[in-house]
Design a binder for this molecule. Structure first.
Ligand code: PGA
Ligand code: ZN
Length: 406
């Protein structure tokens, strides 16, 4: 049984408030978790409840969400007789009563949902990934490591949000992570030698000004080659294309370039034939299902096309995409939907429909490593959790290293 749930306002990696929840069971076992926060958020995500009180944290306080944890969620969960993640989450959904968690806030519900899973795992004395995944959990994910940042995550002149390296040829997680770290440092040294900025963006990737987005791909590939991993490390991109959508078309804000959906489809088709790109996330906008379908028909057999803002970890949106043949993979961000159970349902639907799954952090993170355990629990195969720089990113990699070792 649940004794009490304690909510608390803490800070995320951008210094903005977020919700932490601690669940205490009647046997004294505890579990704590925190909600992350996005910057390039999708329009169809569950609601992140913020106070809007300009006197605190420029309106970004989460005291209302914390109050919802302490005054609404805790008393209701204390009465719950059957303690499973599923029961907790269905009660959270019922208490909220809206399709997008706008009543309690997805930051409140997610923190509680994850903290409950941790507490129950601790009650059974099981590692979190083993509790969540059972005997079937065995596979460490391949990192899609963001080493060069642009878009809304950086103050530079690059429009594509994330340039990632994927150590496809590595034998195991530990090896792949080492390659990525070496490439990251090689890239840093190369930028420095050219007199370019080695300051980092929100997810720890470098954020230099460059001549073009293609040049960004080339500097990453140079670093891969210089570090000695050509052919064994591939490129993945997150365009965050919803950020570019303007009525019926697209505008790349930093270059000031306008494009039709057809131009953008052509752009991606050329880019994947020119460079060793194996995955593109949100190449098009979150409302442009027809263009997504066209692009998937064009290059979907060669490249992973990942819906992040398009699907927002929501089974209704994902089903719409499956029916339309839009994309072939889903990015999984638990705070886009607000409970662990709904997150697992999205993963399950993706699986059954032949879509790949990538477990992901947000650009605003905390030291919470839940997603590392989740990736192993569901054998997701891939994880996105930033550069090997900034502790909120590295904490997830370290958790995975420890899971692999024991
Ligand atoms: P966000 O970015 O957390 O700012 O939404 C991450 C992503 O787009 O994948
Ligand atoms: Zn994304």
């Amino acid at each position: 049984r649940i004794q009490k749930v304690y909510g608390c306002e803490i800070l995320d990696s951008r210094g903005n408030p977020t919700v932490s929840a601690t669940v205490q069971l009647t046997d004294g076992t505890m579990g704590t978790a925190a909600a992350p926060s996005g910057a390039s958020t999708g329009k169809f995500e569950a609601v992140e409840l913020r106070d809007g009180d300009d006197r605190r944290y420029q309106g970004k306080g989460v005291l209302k969400a914390v109050r919802n944890v302490n005054e609404i969620i805790s008393p209701a969960l204390e009465k719950l007789h059957c303690l499973t993640v599923r029961d907790v989450d269905s009660l959270l959904q019922k208490l909220d009563g809206t399709p997008n968690k706008s009543h309690l806030g997805a930051n409140a519900t997610l923190a509680v949902s994850l903290a409950c899973a941790r507490a129950i795992a601790a009650h059974y004395r099981m590692p979190l990934y083993r509790f969540l995944g059972g005997a079937a959990a065995y596979k460490l994910p391949v990192p899609m490591m963001n080493i060069l940042n642009g878009g809304a995550h950086a103050g530079n002149n690059i429009d594509i949000q994330e340039f990632m390296i994927v150590p496809t040829g590595a034998e195991n997680f530990k090896e792949g992570l080492r390659w990525c770290s070496e490439i990251y440092h090689t890239l840093g040294a190369q930028l420095k030698a050219r007199g370019l900025s080695t300051g980092v963006g929100d997810e720890g990737g470098f954020a230099p000004d460059l001549g073009s987005d293609e040049e960004a791909i080339e500097v990453v590939l140079d670093a891969v080659e210089k570090a000695g991993y050509s052919g064994r490390v591939h490129i993945a991109l997150d365009a965050a294309g919803s950020e570019w959508a303007v009525d019926g078309g697209y505008r790349l804000p930093k270059r000031g370039k306008n494009m039709d959906p057809e131009d953008l489809i052509e752009y991606w088709t050329n880019l994947v034939s020119k460079y060793p790109i194996i995955s593109i996330e949100d190449p098009l906008g979150e409302e442009d299902f027809p263009a997504w379908t066209q692009l998937t028909e064009r290059i979907g057999s060669r490249v992973q096309l990942v819906g992040d803002d398009l699907f927002v970890t929501n089974i209704d949106r994902l089903q719409q995409g499956i029916d339309a043949g839009a994309g072939n993979a889903i990015l999984i961000k638990p705070n886009q939907i607000g409970t662990l159970t709904e997150t697992l349902l999205a993963i399950d639907l993706a699986r059954r429909s032949g879509y790949n799954t990538i477990i992901s952090h947000r650009s605003g993170e905390t030291e919470d490593t839940f997603i590392a355990d989740l990736a192993v629990a569901v054998n997701a195969g891939q994880i996105k959790t930033g550069a090997p720089c900034r502790t909120e990113r590295v904490a997830k990699y370290n958790r995975l290293l420890r899971i692999e070792e024991c």
